[in-house]
Write a protein that binds this ligand. Structure first.
Ligand SMILES: [Zn+2]
Length: 436
């Protein structure tokens, strides 16, 4: 970083050259093959007239993390919001488009939706509560509280979390949240929300199983810990909805008519990867209940290796021109490992984190959408399974609801509901600084 009034000089560049550092590094660097890769993988044509499911339920989360001003040591807080929007696809298709731009009138668009939102404020570093909780414990108990109280008409999010953690071993051991304690307590078992550490008698919460507290520290901003909770809440909200609907025959019938659409990879990364096997198990259980109908859960991914790869593949001779319109491609494990995400081990791609498989769709009107799609009828690794039974239905959703720059209309609506505008969110957090 330059100091004020100091211009970046060329000394460092001269030194790099004199020492031949770049030249030596270039000699070491393996030169891959240049794009575009040849031949294009097997993009299969699909029909334009498949009808999408009549209802789309879009789910999206957002979080803002910011400093509370005029506090020392640096004190921070965050807001997390998850929104679920139900969209009537038939009504959406029948909306008149504005004559000039072809866009749909946003007021009429809102009439096709029905939604609900889960919101919470979370302490960040150095934010202590008036009842004496240090920031990390306050963070833990805030998460626990939203799990115990949050629901969409059925079981609570805590009960959903229990259902996902239940498995070969009912109890999960974690690092005791008391940093000074060396014990490895188990998280509360079925039916229990809280327990105590045998070593130090600290409270152990069910939410501690998500282990976001392990990346929470007063030494640095805790946006990652907040993001981890946001992601866990998105997954728990989805599974809560699915489990709630799967309980009744009427709900099961509804599930056969709904496409669930999420934002980002269908995966649980980092400490919340503990949820993945439970998610796969629950999806399989619910899929069986729906027979002969099927569960359709998909997501649209906007960034990352896959998105970049297919953008580059689509580049020649002009941007967005190489992948034929109206085609889709389901990469298998061998293709992914060879071309997109080379693995350090021989493990199949996404084995311990993903609960959906990648799918790339080029719609007839030229949107290139990168999707993830669940496949509960197949055993993992999903990337080695044959085509999912809901493949054509997922493509029909993409074909009808892809908009603008490779974006998904349902997600834009869910995001519009969940997202707190950055400037306003910061102002809200700054308003927490009240004079004593
Ligand atoms: Zn302990």
């Amino acid at each position: 970083m330059p100091y004020p009034n100091e211009r970046a000089g060329f000394f460092a560049v001269g030194d790099l050259e004199r020492r031949q550092i770049i030249e030596a590094f270039g000699d070491q660097l393996e030169q891959g093959s240049n794009l575009p890769r040849d031949p294009l993988p097997a993009f299969e044509p699909f029909l334009q007239d498949d009808k999408p499911r009549p209802v789309v339920v879009a789910l999206d989360g957002s979080s803002i993390y910011h400093r509370i001003p005029a506090r020392l040591p640096a004190t921070e807080a965050g807001l997390v919001s998850v929104s679920i929007v139900q969209i009537n696809v038939d009504q959406l298709a029948n909306l008149p488009q504005l004559p000039e731009s072809g866009a749909i009138d946003p007021v009429q668009l809102r009439d096709t939706e029905d939604g609900s939102t889960l919101q919470l404020a979370l302490p960040g570093r150095n934010a202590r509560s008036v009842d004496g909780k240090v920031s990390r414990d306050w963070f833990r108990s805030s998460v626990q509280e939203v799990l115990e109280t949050g629901h969409f008409g059925g079981e609570t999010l805590a009960e959903t979390l229990h259902a996902l953690l239940r498995g070969t071993n009912n109890l999960r051991t974690i690092k005791c949240p008391n940093i000074l304690c060396k014990s490895k307590p188990a998280t509360p078992g079925p039916g229990q929300m809280r327990s105590r550490c045998e070593g130090c008698n600290s409270d152990i919460f069910l939410s501690d199983a998500l282990r976001a507290q392990e990346i929470f520290s007063d030494e640095e901003p805790c946006g990652d810990a907040h993001g981890r909770i946001r992601h866990a809440l998105e997954i728990l909200c989805l599974m809560n909805l699915l489990r709630g609907l799967a309980k009744t025959e009427k709900g099961q019938a509804a599930l056969g008519n709904i496409a669930f659409v999420l934002d980002g990879p269908l995966a649980a990364f980092g400490t919340i990867a503990v949820l993945q096997s439970g998610i796969l198990r629950e999806l399989r259980r619910i899929e069986k209940l729906l027979w002969p109908n099927h569960l359709l859960v998909m997501s649209a991914v906007k960034t990352g290796s896959f998105v970049q790869y297919f953008a580059e593949l689509d580049e020649a001779p002009e941007p967005n021109s190489r992948i034929p319109l109206g085609t889709a491609f389901l990469p298998d494990d061998a293709y992914i490992r060879e071309n997109i995400v080379p693995g350090a081990t021989n493990q199949p791609w996404g084995k311990i984190t993903y609960f959906g498989r990648p799918l790339i769709v080029k719609t007839h009107d030229g949107q290139r959408l990168f999707l993830n799609l669940v496949q509960p009828e197949a055993d993992p690794p999903l990337t080695n399974a044959s085509a999912p039974v809901v493949l054509n239905e997922a493509i029909a959703i993409a074909e009808h609801l892809g908009i603008g720059r490779n974006e998904f209309l349902p997600l834009r609506r869910a995001h519009a509901k969940a997202a707190i505008p950055l400037r306003i969110g910061k102002a809200i957090i700054e308003s927490l600084a009240r004079a004593k």
